[in-house]
Design a protein around this ligand. Sequence first.
Ligand code: CA
Length: 229
Amino acid sequence: MLGAMRLLLVEDDRMIGEGLRAGLRLEGHAVDWVRDLAAARSTLASERFDLVLLDLGLPAGGPAGAGAAGDGLALLAEMRARHDPTPVIVITARDASGDRVKGLDAGADDYLVKPFELDELNARIRAVLRRQGGRAEPLLAHNGVTLDPATRQVMQDGRPVLLSAREFAVLEALMQRPGAVLSRAQLEDRLYGWGEEIESNAVSVYVHQLRRKLGADYIRSMRGVGYFL
Ligand code: CA
């Protein structure tokens, strides 16, 4: 059984939004509800969710008159363009099969046409998350950072972080055992795997670069022992 999840509901219709939020909360999920594209963008930029429920016809939001009403598909395309892997289920009144294809092409994990039963939505949510859980190599996640060993993608708070191969190797080793202290020698072993001679200070150099990219406190030092998350 899947545990409670954190969901972002993007829906401008007040009655539908209130109904969905209440129903999903009854399932034990934490639900954040935003009603326009600007609010959805800023929320996705600063928070992480297990799944997004996305309406398609949405007001632009933001400062009054800042933009025209927009399309949830544009938001979805933006998420996928920045390699945000959060599962998205599109919920929409549109039922033309062309829209369905566009939604799935834009990177939606599933597509529900309104009106639908809450039971069906819950079943779709479980199915999407099961598919995600069935990945051969699970995502590593710790303290706002996710690392995908399959695609070698690293994200922090929903934004991609570009790492060199060696920085990635050091971070992956630390994220595989969050909280465990890895010695300099253990981390060097990961780097020697790349088949090149390693400078004696290589590990501290890569840790320094990772701290610069992920924040000074993300990797902690235990003096004379090693590094840990
Ligand atoms: Ca709408």
